[in-house]
Design a protein around this ligand. Structure first.
Ligand code: AMP
Length: 188
């Protein structure tokens, strides 16, 4: 079983690239953001808790997303491989993921990190707000908080994975096709 992580700041193009990777490799795409938005849409209790946190640009508690990921892995043991998108986002989540994959006899094969400057992140999210209508994309203060959370809580994962030797960096400030061609080099 292969396990890949699509990593990067919000708006770096993880969702767009995930769709292209899945078309080519047929891995199961698991986006914690999409899973949380589905909970919100379905009006579940979890969705109600998450909506408030997401709309102010904070991270939902580790336990919530870890539970979602665990369920997906358990339910899909016949998958060809997994492509995690937007998970893990904290060191604690990464450690739990390592533990879960070890239980299944696996490990993270590669962390595909798409880099993008804060100014471009901001512009891209503002642009996406007009297309997708996400509430957390619409408010500049929320976008800034998401960028701040990325730097303080998520970016430390770069060194975590560099230490494991499976970290791959791709410049995200290029056309979609070019970013994809770079990414795919790192995927089996
Ligand atoms: P995304 O679609 O990946 O940009 O995620 C949208 C929002 O969902 C984030 O700003 C967080 O509030 C929440 N979220 C998604 N994935 C995670 C995660 N792994 N850990 C904590 N919060 C998450």
């Amino acid at each position: 079983m292969n396990y890949y992580i699509l990593f990067g700041p919000p708006g770096a193009g993880k969702g767009t690239q995930a769709k292209l990777i899945v078309e080519k490799c047929n891995y199961l795409h698991i986006s914690t953001g999409d899973l949380l938005r589905a909970e919100i849409k379905n009006g579940t209790q979890l969705g109600k808790t998450a909506a408030e946190i997401i709309n102010r640009g904070d991270l939902v508690p580790d336990e919530i997303v870890q539970g979602m990921i665990r369920n997906k892995i358990v339910e899909n043991q016949d998958a060809k491989g997994f492509l995690f998108d937007g998970f893990p986002r904290t060191i604690a989540q990464a450690q739990v993921l390592d533990g879960m994959l070890a239980q299944f006899g696996g490990k993270v094969d590669a962390v595909l990190s798409i880099t993008l400057d804060d100014n471009l992140v901001f512009e891209r999210i503002r642009h996406r707000a007009e297309i997708e209508g996400r509430k957390d994309d619409a408010d500049p203060a929320t976008i800034r908080n998401r960028i701040e959370n990325y730097h303080s809580k998520t970016e430390p994962l770069v060194n975590y994975y560099k230490g494991k030797g499976n970290y791959c960096e791709i410049d995200g400030d290029r056309p979609i096709e070019e970013v994809f061609n770079s990414l795919i080099q790192f995927i089996k």
